[in-house]
Each structure stands twice: as C-alpha cells, then as structure tokens.
Design a protein around this ligand. Structure first.
Ligand code: PSU
Ligand code: MN
Length: 305
C-alpha cells in the first residue's frame, strides 16, 4: 500500500524532532531558473551557506513519485541535469506530477506547501513571483500561497520584470507583512532599491524572528516576507537593467509566451541581454539569502525550540 507522498529525509526529521534550526530551499530555481551547471553549483552552495551559518538545509522537490524534503547530493544532481525533464511545481501541479511520475522543481508556492507540511518555519529563495507587467491578470500563485503558510520567506524582493507596486498591493490584500532586512525599501532583486517602502525595517535576525513569532502567536498563520537587498558588489543599478527588462517583456509578448513559461523566458533573456550580469547578481543574492535565513531560523528556534 502506498502511503503519504511526503518523504522527509532522516536528518531533516531528526532536526525537526530536536528543534535544530532548518532552512527549506526551493528547486524551481534549479530546474527552471538557472542554466546547467550553474544551477547544480548554486544548489550545493546554498546548502553549504545554510550549514556554515549553523542550520540544516532541506531542499524540496518532487522525485520518483515522492515530495522530498531534504535531498542527497545525487538527487540534487539529477534535478539539475538538463537531460531529465522536470515540471515546474506550483499548488496545481502536485497531483499531476505525482500521478504521472514526473520529477519537478518546486516554486515558492510549491515549496511553501511542502515545507509547511513538514513543519519547517524558514525558507530561502531568490525572488518571489508577482504581478506581471503588461498582463495584470497574470498573478503568481506565490502571492496567495504566502497568505496560507506560517513561514519566514527570505528573498531579495521581486524582480523588476514584474509590476512591483501591484505586487506589493496584492501582498497587502493577502495580509503578508513585508519586512526590510537592513533596508527601508523593497529590493528589486537585481537592484538594491525600488523606491517602494516596506512595512517595517529590522537590523538583526532576532528582530525579524520576534515579528514572525508575535504574528503567529496571534493565530495569524501566514508568511512573513523578509526582503534582503542583493549584495552590493554584484547588484545592478535599476536604471541600468530597466531597458533590458523592457526589451525582454516586449519579446515575450510578441512571441505569445504565456503561463508558467513567462518567468523562465524573461530570466533567460535578461541574462543574455545583460551578458551574464543578471546571473551573477542572482547567484550572489541566493547565497546571501540562504545565510540570512539560517540566522533567522536560529533565532526562531530560540523563541520556540
Ligand atoms: N524568481 C526568480 N527566479 C526564479 C523564480 C522567481 O528570481 O526561478 C521562480 C520561483 O520559483 C517562483 C516562480 O516561485 O519562478 C514564479 O513563477 P510564476 O511567475 O509562474 O508563478
Ligand atoms: Mn504566472
């Protein structure tokens, strides 16, 4: 008899039991966000950042008809292999992938679902999905999912391939607090500033953990979005990346790219047009976010072991 499709790696299960700080990591960035071999190296580097900062990483993905929380190095390598097909897993995709035996990389939405089922409270990603420019009806399922799961989600804001003011409006409607980590502004992923304000700003992981803890103690089980500016040495000034983004968005419209394919298409084109500068920023901020997430997880486990 087949039981639950959720498989928690033994080391992750032990950490959950002992109150060892954990950080969930998404895998759509491995299967759909970055080209090989950067995707593989990045996945391993993010896990390493979490460990070095004193927490345990749990990369989440669908492999061999199981939703896996915590992957081996071999499993990460299989996911990163461009020869192996993988579906991009949001809420709607779990049943399809599990029934058909398709492997998949979980988006922010998909990772939130599995991490919450497992009992993990902190999650690191690059940027969340949001409201698309020029297609305001294309709203990432990430935004709704953030309202449902009590995790701290550490990200560099959202990419300016999106409509950032509209994205913040939807987060407000969904009741998701947006907390600037050592910034007063919502970061625009490649760029440190967007000119858009956050709901509150903190300077330490402990302060961030306090806000999450208080919100959850109120019985309000949604996510806390911790937004961390991309590291200074690889960030790209907003005015420099804007023309490239406009070109990529216009191309996507011309080609009629729709649905889940839009984000991967835009990421790829922005990288080509920026001659790799966007990917350098992307890799640096992903590792930075993994480290900050580990620090927050450590502080949270002090509040509630
Ligand atoms: N932002 C990035 N890189 C990514 C994504 C977002 O900088 O790879 C991925 C994330 O997994 C996010 C998803 O959850 O794209 C959003 O896709 P969509 O817009 O189709 O919901
Ligand atoms: Mn979409």
């Amino acid at each position: 008899m087949e039981t639950t499709p959720l498989v928690i790696q033994p080391a992750v299960a032990a950490a959950l039991k002992n109150g060892t700080p954990l950080v969930a990591l998404e895998s759509a960035v491995i299967t759909h966000g970055l080209p090989y071999p950067h995707n593989l190296q990045l996945a391993l580097d993010m896990e390493q950042e979490v460990r070095q900062a004193g927490a345990l990483p749990a990369t989440i993905a669908i492999l061999d008809r199981k939703v896996r929380v915590g992957l081996t190095g071999d499993e990460v390598a299989r996911l990163a292999d461009p020869q192996q097909a993988a579906r991009k897993i949001s809420r709607r995709d779990f049943g399809i992938a599990l029934a058909r035996g398709e492997n998949g990389g979980t988006t922010v939405a998909g990772t939130l679902i599995a991490a919450h089922l497992a009992g993990i409270r902190v999650f690191a990603t690059g940027g969340i999905g949001g409201v698309h420019r020029g297609a305001p009806f294309d709203v990432s399922a990430d935004l709704h999912e953030l309202s449902l799961h009590p995790l701290v989600v550490v990200c560099a804001g959202a990419k300016s391939i999106l409509d950032l003011p509209a994205t913040l409006e939807i987060l407000e409607t969904q009741g998701v607090p947006v907390i600037g980590y050592q910034t007063d502004e919502f970061p625009a992923f490649f760029s440190r500033s967007s000119g858009l304000p956050v709901n509150a700003s903190v300077s330490t992981p402990a302060e961030l953990a306090q806000i999450a803890w208080r919100q959850w103690q109120m019985g309000l089980p949604g996510a806390i979005l911790a937004v961390v500016p991309p590291p200074e040495d690889s960030a790209i000034p907003a005015e420099q990346i804007e023309a490239i983004i406009q070109t990529a968005v216009a191309e996507a419209e011309e080609k009629g790219i729709r649905g889940a394919a839009v984000t991967p298409y835009l990421l790829g084109r922005v990288n080509d047009l920026s001659k790799g500068a966007s990917m350098r920023a992307n890799l640096a901020l992903l590792k930075n976010n993994a480290r900050v997430a580990a620090q927050i997880s450590i502080e949270l486990s002090r509040l509630q072991p």
